[in-house]
Design a protein around this ligand. Sequence first.
Ligand code: XIL
Length: 397
Amino acid sequence: MKLRRWVATAAVAVATVATLNSLPASAGHPYDPTDQSLRNLGLRHNLYVGTAVDMDALADPDDPQYRQIVGDEFSTVTAENVMKWESLEPTRGTYNWGPADELVSFARQHGQRVRGHVLVWHNQLPGWLTSGVADGSISNDELRDLLHKHITDVVRHFRGKIWQWDVVNEAVSDPWDNPPTLHYKGFWAEHLGSGYIADAFRWARAADPQALLFYNDYNIEAFGSGDPANDKTRFVYDMAKDLRSRGVPIDGVGSQGHLGTQYGNYDTLQVAAALKKFTSLGLATAFTEVDVRSQMTDGVQAGESAEINPRLQASAANFSILLQACLSERHCLSFTVWGFTDKHSWVPGTFDNPPEGLATIYDENYQPKRAYNVMRADLIYAGPPYVLPRVAQRPHR
Ligand code: XIL
């Protein structure tokens, strides 16, 4: 090697090590070069690596590995269910904070940040609310007041303890809905009109000036046709742009990342391009619920490696595509998987015709899969010039 080239290479290497060593470390967890956990490797990029947490599994004394891995491998946690409205207020006026508070205190003990999930969604609403609306005993005006109170009470309760709130979740329809032209769908839009979205962000900001406020949705990993009539990413982009232009305090867009190996899916550069477009609006981004499911064919269920192997490989590749895209975009703050073990994954219970599974990074016996090692490799081999540390997002006023 020519001397000049060697000197240049060495200079880059020294600069790289200096950059990595001067990175901010999360509370109580400085970067440790001997530790290859996801959370530690994420520190090299100031990227928070997270999981959804099933609070029953976390508390189960017969399932100690679950708790251990949540603490060891992740630097951010999301409540899989216990911060949803039906869990927090099962009876009108009576809050059940217990399980959500437990998660917040687990996170504090383990030096983890918390993603709050979720303030406004059309699913997992309490029965008293949906039945009251259905039988006319709750008017639309009262419903709006109830939503305002819900957001205010919940955000105030956790004030100062939540890093990112999913303020509004899944507000936009899909091309397979009726009508197929993309629109604001579901309970809230039907009763309050699309104005509830801006209201929700404003109410959340009033209750916690520090938390980052996110819009969260699925099938927005990459742009499609570019026509908001059928391109959901474009629809959400236009929505976010409009909210920003009106001064609505939205700080980020969360891409859930529920993928399946039976679909075409994307490549890293396509996904990175979508993240960059959101960033151009001044928004942070995050992957918030990543899993990559597969169809459980007869062969998979019979344990045939010729059927299982390609699925595990394709799953790993998709985790990697989203993670590399996130790493490449400095405003992509966190990468959260929706459960980390097939033992506790929502997929088999939700996608059962045909049956689907194998969606997470550890198998049912807590053995790490290829997807887990691919994620570690991505975190290990990423660095300057293409991957630089994340830029902290400041709450938008
Ligand atoms: C799912 C949970 O994983 C399940 O346990 C629950 O029964 C239903 O909700 N998008 C979201 C999450 O925003 O809240 C959903 O979580 C998965 C899809």
